[in-house]
Ligand binder design. Structure first.
Ligand code: FES
Ligand SMILES: [Fe+2]
Length: 437
């Protein structure tokens, strides 16, 4: 990959190719619970911009450039009081939309508050999150139409976790099926998995073949392996513009979820996981009745700090070698010696370095989804940058509703895209039910 291609894909600051594309969409930016009315302003890094977020006395959230538009003192130091943030330097006060409400250090006859504005972004609160739109267009686009985001808050869960690497290499873990049987499950004996265990297909045949196609929302792969009775086991996953994925680890009919890989800057991101609340099969037990090890989802966080990168950091991190347990690795407690599935992904993608060296790597046939997705992103971002071509799904958010991931069994004679459509027709659709009620 040429350096220019690599840079255009991974860089997300203002004015960059990918940064411009991402700024067209609504971005998950923080948990709503992080901001209390009249509470402390919070440092917020997003697409390489240093912002502050605060909740005013009326409960509205403001997200704006941390620099006061007067002489650039940080509004992080500001007083959050009476429906606005007041800069502690000369006392200018701004509401959540950036309007200047007060200029007490300027004589009344010289007041110029109508001529100055804090650089505030559009904000919406949904799904227990603060969403920000950093684009410059007059009207915000519709909210992203992913099905899981349409559920009532009581029907879904969301959590986030910070990761110290470029957004793309982190996202690529979700569209790379061949790592599952090693990184997460290399220590699991296939004979210890019941026929309906969700890991079974990926552990029985650890070298899948892949089909990839471009779709209206991005890209989709179907990884296939032989299944019992001459059938084919398919695992489907999606990349959805601009930074969403749907991973294959669940029954296609009910695997309603989405994951966002939102860049904080070029070398850090916040991962958001949105899941439909539903009873899940117990995947923690082997056939023998003994618990499977190394596959839990028990995330441990450091206390949040006010640092630009101080929110939702995990306790296992590069500074402590992700708490790798070499005895556990040797004794097959897990394949890695790293304790849970999220941490295993986090460790390998952080271990690639802040931005993966695309010139050094050698993509394999099993990386075809990654290669096609990179190409599609690059083409799309450049078409937007150079010709203003409409970004996918932006103005037609219902497009996302056709994207679903997970596993199913199909007749080997059926084309995988036909099998996908057939399974999608049968898929459980709680959002649609909810709309009909
Ligand atoms: S720098 Fe903020 S009021 Fe002067
Ligand atoms: Fe993974």
């Amino acid at each position: 990959m040429r350096q220019k291609d690599s840079d255009d894909l991974v860089r997300i600051g203002p004015g960059t190719t990918m940064g411009k594309l991402m700024r067209q969409y609504w971005l998950p930016a923080a948990m709503s619970s992080e901001l209390k009315a009249d509470g402390e302003p919070m440092r917020l890094l997003l697409l390489g911009e240093q912002l502050i977020a605060f909740r005013d006395s009326s409960g509205r959230v403001g997200v704006m450039d941390q620099k006061c538009p007067h002489r650039c003192a940080s509004l992080f130091l500001g007083r959050n009081e009476e429906n606005g943030i007041r800069c502690v330097y000369h006392g200018y006060k701004f509401d959540v939309e950036g309007n200047c409400l007060d200029m007490p250090s300027v004589p009344a006859s010289l007041d110029f508050r109508s001529k100055i504005k804090a650089k505030a972004y559009r904000v919406e609160e949904r799904n227990g999150l603060v969403w920000v739109h950093m684009g410059t267009q007059a009207a915000a686009p519709p909210f992203p139409g992913l099905e899981v985001l349409r559920l009532d808050d009581s029907e879904m869960t969301v959590f986030c976790a910070m990761r110290s690497c470029n957004w793309l290499q982190a996202l690529e873990g979700d569209i790379d099926t061949s790592h599952f049987g090693f990184l997460h499950a290399g220590h699991i004996d296939p004979d210890d998995l019941a026929d309906d265990h969700p890991f079974r297909g990926a552990v029985f045949h650890r070298a899948p073949e892949l089909k990839v196609t471009e779709t209206p929302w991005g890209t989709t792969y179907g990884a296939f392996r032989p299944a019992a009775n001459g059938q084919t086991y398919w695992r489907i996953a999606n990349f959805l513009f601009p930074f969403w994925t749907q991973q294959p680890q669940g029954d296609f009919a009910t695997n309603l979820h989405a994951r966002a890989w939102v860049p904080l800057d070029d070398t850090h991101l916040m991962f958001y996981n949105f899941v439909w609340k539903r009873p899940l099969p117990n995947r923690m037990l082997g056939k023998s009745g003994k618990p499977l090890t190394g596959v839990d989802l028990d995330m441990r966080f450091m206390p949040n700090t006010t640092d630009w990168l101080g929110r939702w950091q995990l306790t296992a991190n590069p500074a402590n070698d992700w708490q790798i347990d070499r005895d556990g690795q040797r004794d097959k407690v897990s394949f890695t010696g790293i304790s849970n599935i999220h941490m295993q992904d986090q460790a390998v993608t952080e271990s690639m370095g802040p931005i993966t060296d695309h010139d050094f790597e050698h993509l394999a046939p099993t990386d075809i989804m990654i290669a096609r997705t990179r190409r599609h992103i690059l083409r799309t971002a450049r078409a937007f940058m150079e010709q203003g071509a409409a970004p996918p799904c932006l103005n037609d958010p219902d497009t996302y509703l056709q994207a679903r991931s997970g596993f199913f069994i199909a007749d080997p004679k059926t084309d995988w895209r036909e099998a996908y459509e057939a399974n999608l027709k049968e898929a459980v659709r709680p959002a649609f039910k909810q709309a009909a009620e």
